[in-house]
Design a protein around this ligand. Structure first.
Ligand code: GAR
Length: 205
């Protein structure tokens, strides 16, 4: 069966949504392993409760990326569990060459804005501060540059005058929990036909 692996640093609501859609059969794939760089991540707890192997792997001494020899351990763990597609779900570190060598075009991410607007951290807050009327979320392939890879799916969220960063992020997350499982379903069913330049062509079926 098509096997996905999930990397998560935080509370794990996207992981929860993916688990739900695997359990109810919407996604025809197996979650081989969940790995975190944070031993206290809610995501690890969610994985354990769902009977999915949950592994903490030390990130090393840097704050924003994985130290090389630690990154190798992430890749080894994913391979050991037969992972074909790596899904970053709130994984807050940049990944580098070891990963790209092993998982070319096989790493996807969910980002809380309509890329290419508001790359980087707290994208919902960036959108609110900028004053846009619409923002949203994006599922995209991961490239070495941050938040730049070809876009698979996006969903739009309106910004209200009385929004706070928290209320806006909450509504963005509701959409994340729809489009991330859908993107994984599309890839696991081989409906993603090709990448033409930056454009991702999906078979409608
Ligand atoms: C999500 O909103 C995701 O889009 C964001 O972190 C949150 C994780 O939530 N990711 C990024 O900002 C990546 N640059 P979760 O732990 O509840 O899934």
């Amino acid at each position: 069966m098509f096997t996905i692996g999930i990397l998560a640093s935080g509370k794990g609501s996207n992981l929860q949504a993916i688990v739900k859609h695997v359990q109810n059969g919407f996604i025809n794939a197996k979650i081989g392993v969940v790995i975190s760089d944070n031993p206290d991540a809610g995501a690890l707890e969610i994985a354990r409760s769902a009977g999915i192997p949950a592994v903490y792997i030390e990130p090393g001494k840097y704050r924003t990326f994985l130290e090389n020899h630690q990154e190798k351990k992430y890749v080894e763990c994913l391979k050991q569990h037969g992972v074909e597609l790596v899904c970053l779900a709130g994984f807050m570190r940049v990944i580098k060459k070891n990963f790209f060598r092993e998982y070319q075009n096989r790493i996807i991410n969910i980002h809380p804005s309509l890329l290419p607007s508001f790359r980087g951290l707290e994208a919902w807050k960036q959108a609110l501060d900028y004053g846009v009327r619409f923002t949203g979320c994006t599922v995209h392939f991961v490239e070495e540059d941050i938040d730049t890879g070809p876009i698979i799916l996006q969903a739009v969220v309106a910004v209200f005058d009385d929004d706070t960063p928290e209320t806006l992020h909450q509504r963005i997350q509701e959409k994340e929990h729809v489009i991330y499982p859908l993107a994984i379903k599309i890839i696991s069913e081989n409906r993603l036909i090709r990448i033409e330049g930056r454009r991702v062509i999906i078979d409608e079926m």
